[in-house]
Design a protein around this ligand. Structure first.
Ligand SMILES: Nc1ncnc2c1ncn2[C@@H]1O[C@H](COP(=O)(O)OP(=O)(O)OP(=O)(O)O)[C@@H](O)[C@H]1O
Ligand SMILES: [Mg+2]
Length: 244
């Protein structure tokens, strides 16, 4: 594979007797949007946790980022190397404005101050298309979509090489999902590799260049999104999951 930015080999995560991620291996190419799908409980978020070390790394296996192993590093060390993520459950600081929230990330995560902090903040808010007239509004007064934009801006403010998103479309309306689609493509064109978990398949298939499907913690299939999503085993995993 030409220039993999992220490589997982034999990654396993167990919780007591439960194997949440089971011997997973795949590679993400620099510059692509790589989609991750799978039924509820198939191990998608746990796999993201293993990669970022938040709150834990893998039980076994090898994870390389830009050619160097990261599975034994602390979360802040992984993050400083250029890997940033958002969470399935949105976190927010309701009393802070969008500008202040994003600046917090620039300051504490990237160590920026003064003009450099303000520039990184405006750059990240511009990149996600955040309305300039709302940047000083309290976060609590923002719409669901604006909170998503802010969450992504906060992850981008450190200028990561790779952005990992866990179900960013949850809770959004159809027009908002179309806006998110354009946002992701814009961020990707800006040079950021994207790894995205998403249940909204329309969005996932629209943005992803390749797709990985997990089932019961293991890789069920990986490849061209349209081919993968039509595969009998993938259809069965989704329908089987939905009827249980
Ligand atoms: N901290 C934990 N302790 C124990 N079990 C866990 C923990 N985190 C996840 N699990 C279990 O691991 C399995 C995979 O969960 P995970 O959250 O990774 O699934 P998912 O694919 O992200 O699901 P969803 O689509 O619903 O978000 C589930 O059986 C879940 O209950
Ligand atoms: Mg999840």
């Amino acid at each position: 594979m030409p220039d993999p930015i992220l490589e997982l080999s034999n990654v396993t995560k167990t919780f007591g007797g439960l194997t949440a991620v089971n011997d997973v291996g795949f590679q993400v190419r620099r510059g692509e949007i790589f989609g991750v799908a799978g039924p509820n409980g198939s191990g998608k978020s746990t796999m993201f946790n293993c990669i970022t070390g938040i709150p834990f790394g893998p039980t076994r296996g090898d994870i390389r980022f830009k050619g160097a192993p990261i599975h034994n590093l602390r979360p802040h060390q992984i993050f400083r190397r250029g890997l940033s993520r958002t969470f399935q459950k949105d976190a927010e600081f309701p009393d802070l404005s969008a500008r202040e929230t994003t600046a917090l990330g620039a300051h504490f995560a990237a160590g920026l101050r003064g003009g450099a902090m303000r520039d990184a903040t405006e750059e990240a808010l511009d990149l996600v298309g955040f309305d300039p007239v709302r940047r000083d509004m309290e976060t609590a007064d923002l719409s669901v979509y604006q909170k998503k934009q802010l969450m992504i801006a906060s992850a981008l403010v450190t200028r990561p090489d790779i952005l990992m998103l866990d179900e960013p479309a949850s809770g959004l309306t159809r027009p908002e999902i179309a806006e998110l689609d354009a946002l992701l493509l814009r961020v990707n064109r800006h040079g950021v590799t994207i790894l995205i978990i998403e249940h909204v398949l329309g969005l996932l298939l629209s943005v992803s260049q390749r797709l990985l499907v997990l089932n019961h913690g293991a890789v069920l299939m990986e490849g061209d999104p349209q081919t993968v999503i039509r595969d009998d085993r993938v259809v069965e995993a989704y329908i089987g999951g939905a009827t249980v």
